[in-house]
Design a protein around this ligand. Structure first.
Ligand code: SF4
Ligand code: SF4
Ligand code: SF4
Length: 304
């Protein structure tokens, strides 16, 4: 039954080198309980498939007009007009759009099918120490599916990492710990008030789950997105360092500098971002952030 457990994913990325040790295949699951104002994967937030429109790719061929049962597409004055309201996410326009301007983001897949995809690169994992990584969204938003993937990975001797924002039931994380070699655990804000303002949720349960995972003996990498003007504060850097130093299972802190890639992805699905910073963070700035955390911990701090 485990291999037949199904869920919704939006990507399987081969040859990832930033999602855990070695060469990895990252499976991105849809759905997330948080609403980070800077979200780098806005197409992952909804649990179900959704339709994206990349206007800059549109070749004005009009093929989508006749394909849509909901009349969402129209050619008007030589321009393509897409009306998202009424879209039933059937994916017909995406299938018929050869320019790649329409895309259905998300597809259902069984755990067995996903692991079969991951196993195609098994030879690279054994040479590099890599394996499977679950990402999202929040992978444990689809708890049963994520657990099935991790269990199957372990049955096939795959090294398994799981990214998590921590806003999931403790029982799910406890069960995941049986099959997960390393948790890549997000800490977005150490201030409760700022966490609520930036993600729409309190951080109490997230930090409590982190403490429990640590007490459970899990290996943990803290992943800390730093967003200029929102959490690049001295008190946050100090609190991150103190947290990493205190938790025995934390092996490293990864500073993840903000990048604006989420903006165009959010526009494509018709859900604009609240945080609209368009600049990439300079290497010198992110190195300085890392140094500020390092001052408060004996654990390694890296910029990813
Ligand atoms: S099918 Fe694609 S390229 Fe053609 S008009 Fe529609 S969105 Fe544009
Ligand atoms: S996904 Fe289906 S309903 Fe939505 S715009 Fe495309 S063809 Fe129309
Ligand atoms: S936890 Fe990740 S996927 Fe969820 S809203 Fe935040 S950045 Fe986006």
């Amino acid at each position: 039954m485990e291999s037949g457990e199904s869920g919704v994913i939006f990507d399987i990325q081969r040859f990832s080198i930033h999602d855990g040790p070695g060469i990895r295949t990252t499976v991105f699951l849809k759905g997330c309980p948080l609403g980070c104002v800077w979200c780098h994967n806005p197409e992952s937030k909804a649990g179900e498939p959704e339709i994206a429109y990349y206007a800059e790719k549109c070749a004005l061929c009009a093929a989508c007009v006749g394909l849509c049962p909901s009349r969402c597409h129209e050619m008007a004055g030589g321009a393509h007009v897409f009306r998202r309201e009424g879209c039933a996410r059937c994916g017909r326009c995406a299938q018929g759009c050869h320019a790649g301007a329409m895309a259905l983001i998300g597809r259902e897949i069984t755990a067995g099918e996903a692991i079969a995809e991951v196993l195609k690169d098994e030879v690279f994992y054994s040479h590099s120490g890599g394996g499977l990584t679950l990402s999202g969204g929040e992978p444990f938003f689809q708890g049963a599916f994520a657990l099935a993937l991790l269990r199957l990975a372990k049955e096939r001797n795959l090294h398994a990492c799981a990214e998590t924002c921590g806003a999931v039931p403790w029982e799910t994380l406890r069960r995941a710990a049986e099959f997960t070699d390393i948790f890549l655990y997000d800490v977005k804000e150490t201030s409760a008030e700022r966490h609520r303002a930036c993600t729409g949720a309190a951080n109490g349960a997230i930090l409590s789950n982190l403490e429990k995972l640590d007490a459970h003996g899990a290996r943990i990498v803290l992943r800390c997105p730093i967003v200029p003007g929102l959490n690049d504060r001295e008190d946050h850097f100090a609190a991150l360092g103190a947290l990493a130093g205190r938790l025995r299972g934390v092996e490293r802190v990864d500073i993840e500098p903000y990048h604006p890639l989420g903006l165009s992805k959010a526009a494509a699905i018709g859900k604009p971002q609240l945080y609209e910073g368009r600049s990439l963070t300079g290497k010198d700035v992110s190195a300085e952030w890392a140094r500020k955390v390092e001052r408060h911990t004996d654990k390694p701090v890296a910029v990813s």
